[in-house]
Design a protein around this ligand. Structure first.
Ligand code: NCC
Length: 277
């Protein structure tokens, strides 16, 4: 029918954005110092062996979920910023493969990015939006938060680490995909949240992703994070990031049933078949 003909799957829109990490050969980083610090390795070892992935949002409604064991069964587990596992294992698990960090977490001293244990022995993918429509050279000179200095310190301290920078152009392409999904109603011109960026970064590498407590379940409790007492619904529904649009789009990509999403807090997002896109 005409709906089927017109409908371009959301998962394809996300894949088309091509969210990626910067590589040494990317201009202008092939010529500037910081580029030499980008890891030679790929983002994930042995992508072919990855069968299952989980993304753990930092939402307050993870409290009491008892999803820790389920989360840890996945081959790849993604977390965000400084969201801890220690002391919360029952609800959020203990395995971490990759952390997606915004540039505030990389730069602000109290996060101690260059030394805190939470940022060690895991893959790091850090992002900073820069201004919309600027070149990578300009971004290098004027990131929102200058993540390059601490990134350089980290990479020099731990040369074997897998710490990457996300291509800011790809972050804005993802924003554009979100706008395309929403249609004529304009979404705010702020980058998607780390959660949505992380999902887009991971999707090409996983047959499916179990995204935990991104769409709020009936455990919704008004708390911003499972690891703090702060009450703030904006963390869940959006203030600065276009979170509501992200979540609608993620729900559109979901293949799990309502019990899974709204009772257990588990959204399942399948990597689309190339033929479909
Ligand atoms: O809160 P934050 O996000 O670190 O959460 C990580 C991701 O989990 C999802 N989330 C979180 C809370 C909630 N109640 N519901 C959710 O769905 C979101 O997808 C979110 O991206 C960020 O995106 O990087 C963000 O970072 C924080 C903050 O910088 C870090 O936590 C470090 O303290 C931002 N908060 C502030 O700047 C005050 C937040 O806006 C976005």
């Amino acid at each position: 029918n005409s709906f089927e003909e017109q409908y371009y799957p959301s998962a394809c829109l996300v894949m088309d954005a091509g969210v990626r990490v910067l590589r040494r050969k990317d201009l202008p980083f092939d010529k500037i110092e910081i580029g030499k610090l980008f890891p030679k390795q790929k983002l994930f070892r042995k992508t072919k062996d990855i069968k299952t992935c989980a993304i753990v949002s930092s939402a307050g409604s993870l409290s009491g979920s008892k999803l820790g064991r389920f989360i840890d069964t996945h081959d790849v587990v993604m977390r965000f910023n400084d969201a801890p596992t220690h002391g919360y294992e029952g609800d959020v698990g203990s395995k971490t493969t990759i952390r997606v960090l915004n540039s505030q977490v990389v730069t602000k001293p109290h996060f101690n990015f260059t030394h805190a244990p939470i940022f060690q022995n895991v893959t790091i993918a850090a992002w900073d939006p820069g201004k919309y429509n600027t070149s990578l050279r300009e971004w290098r000179a004027s990131a929102d938060y200058d993540l390059f200095s601490n990134y350089a310190i980290y990479r020099r301290n731990y040369p074997k680490s897998r710490a990457f920078l996300i291509d800011p152009h790809s972050v804005w392409r993802l924003w554009q995909s979100l706008q395309t999904f929403v249609g004529r109603r304009p979404i705010r011109k702020n980058p998607p949240s780390s959660g949505f960026i992380g999902m887009a970064l991971l999707l090409p590498h996983c047959p499916f992703i179990d995204f935990i407590e991104y769409i709020p379940s009936t455990r919704l409790n008004g708390r911003c994070h499972y690891y703090s007492k702060e009450m703030n619904s904006a963390c869940t529904f959006g203030a600065w990031h276009p979170l509501a649009a992200e979540k609608l789009m993620a729900l559109d990509m979901n293949s799990a049933d309502d019990t899974s999403v709204f009772q257990h807090g588990i959204l399942r997002i399948r990597r689309p078949d190339k033929l479909l896109c």
